[in-house]
Design a protein around this ligand. Structure first.
Ligand code: SF4
Length: 492
């Protein structure tokens, strides 16, 4: 079983350890720089990239606006094609549905396609508790699972590992899970890939149940789409007798033709490829071809609450390409684990606090895990304004803590911490709504400026220890304006 993110400390605490780990930083620097340079070249090949980006944004926004209608349409089209649709309000419900479906087959093993949704709900751990072993078949997910580790990147979950570490994990752990690593395994990529291939092949051939997510669900046809690079997904989607797909409700696109946009923007943004090596599409079940039974579990788990937030809902456009991770200076140094979620980096910093609320230490700290440089927005293929959502969520954290649903509205529950910030904001609000008092305060500050301390007392000391406090002018701006412009021009 993989490690979990339960009980993670706040981002700055978790990041401190990562920042001090030279091997980790070197692995991350090398990997993220390589992939972001390749992405930039792949994107530059297209003259109409800006139009594709805008089209992707529009399609996603339209779908989210009419999600109620498209969800019903998905249920109708998937059912008509021979599939069964299940609705899961949260992680527990989704895990219960999947475990029950596996138990009904009489099997105790499943093979898995890489899926963020099933990681989000900790499906592997839930299945393990019911005596069902879930085997990850994506190479990077396999490394994470064998190493009893946690994923640190959306696309390359083992990005924090180098080849030597992967060889050691294969040598020591593969035999516990099935076919052992070949004798004398080295750290060359070809040998490592072959060891994984041999290890996984026996699982593909034995498995009767496959579990997947989906990159897209086409409402008008009931078709699910998985894009991948290794072919393991194709094996899991076609060989087992039963296929169970757990998909977030935001993964819907209305029309088949909409895929034209995303099948161009996703591969270039994620793996810097013109198209994915494997694009699997299936619609319900087909006689004599592929799984006999198909179940689609539609997962909410905080998505409708996110949808109710006018600024934050744009996070639901995300197509999980991970381009924002690869350009983020904070992610490059802190790594993925510090984000305390299967969604690390800039998208994790805006998605996790919305899906889970800002009630925990880690979720309240995530909106601050950014320098707001804007690089994430620049590369996002669906134009999610991540800095805008980060600032919005900071406001939520400072003002009121976790957002909770109240009928049709999202409201803020009183927060426990940040009392000093709230008091400061209230004082500022009062001062700006009482101009006479503000003017008196400014004059007083100017006259007493030589007496002002150079550092702040108490908890503010650490902040002012590395910064210069702004010098207070000898004359407030308003007085200067009055004196030099005779009161003309608006400074009252
Ligand atoms: S937020 Fe944008 S750039 Fe980041 S993973 Fe999602 S789609 Fe990709």
């Amino acid at each position: 079983m993989s490690g979990t993110f339960v009980g993670m400390p706040a981002f700055p605490v978790a990041a401190r350890e990562a920042v001090g780990d030279r091997t980790l930083r070197s692995n991350l620097r090398h990997a993220t720089r390589t992939i972001r340079d390749k992405r930039a070249r792949a994107v530059a090949e297209l003259d109409d990239w800006a139009a594709l980006r805008e089209a992707g944004k529009q399609i996603k926004d339209h779908t989210l606006r009419h999600l109620d209608r498209y969800l019903v349409q998905v249920e109708e089209t998937v059912t008509a094609a021979g599939g069964t649709v299940h609705w899961a309000a949260d992680a527990d419900e989704a895990n219960e549905i999947v475990a029950r479906l596996v138990e009904e087959t009489g099997e105790s093993e499943v093979v898995k396609v890489k899926s963020m949704a099933t990681q989000e709900i900790a499906l592997n751990e839930a299945l393990e508790a019911r005596g069902i072993h879930a085997y990850e078949t994506d190479l990077a997910e396999l490394i994470v699972q064998l190493g009893k580790d946690r994923p640190s990147h959306i696309l390359v979950p083992a990005i924090h590992r180098n080849r030597g570490e992967i060889r050691d994990i294969f040598r020591s752990e593969m035999s516990e899970w099935g076919r052992p690593a070949p004798e004398g395994l080295t750290d060359t990529p070809a040998e490592l890939a072959e060891a994984a291939r041999l290890h996984l092949r026996e699982k593909f051939l034995r498995a009767k149940v496959g579990v997947s997510g989906a990159n897209f669900v086409v409402a008008e046809t009931g078709t699910l789409v998985v894009v991948e690079s290794e072919g393991n997904g194709r094996m899991c989607l076609t060989l087992p007798e039963t296929l169970i797909s757990v998909v977030g409700i935001e993964k819907i696109v209305p029309r088949w033709q909409d895929l034209e946009v995303f099948l161009q923007t996703l591969p270039r943004s994620s793996t810097a490829e013109r198209m994915n090596p494997y694009t699997s599409m299936w619609t319900g079940t087909t006689d004599e071809d592929g799984p006999r039974a198909f179940h689609l579990v539609l997962l909410d788990n905080g998505r409708t609450d996110t949808l109710a937030d006018e600024v934050g809902r744009q996070a639901l456009r995300c197509i999980r390409c991970s381009a924002c991770l690869n350009v983020c200076p904070v992610y490059e140094r802190a790594g993925g684990h510090a984000y305390g979620s299967v969604y690390p980096g800039p998208i994790g910093a805006i998605l996790s606090p919305q899906l889970r609320g800002t009630g925990s230490e880690i979720d309240a700290s995530l909106p601050y895990a950014s320098s707001l440089c804007g690089a994430c927005y620049e590369v996002c293929p669906v134009a999610i304004d991540i800095p805008e959502v980060l600032v919005h969520l900071r406001e939520r954290v400072v003002q009121g803590g976790p957002a909770v649903r109240d009928g049709n509205r999202v409201v803020l529950k009183p927060a426990r911490g940040h009392a000093a910030e709230r008091a400061a904001m209230r004082a500022a609000q009062w001062a700006f709504t009482h101009p006479g008092a503000l003017r008196t305060g400014q004059r007083l500050a100017s006259r007493t400026r030589r007496l002002h301390p150079r550092t702040l007392p108490g908890p503010g000391r650490a902040w002012s220890g590395s910064r210069d406090l702004p010098a207070v002018p000898a004359e407030p701006f308003r007085d200067w304006w009055q004196r030099t412009h005779g009161g003309k021009g608006g400074a009252k």
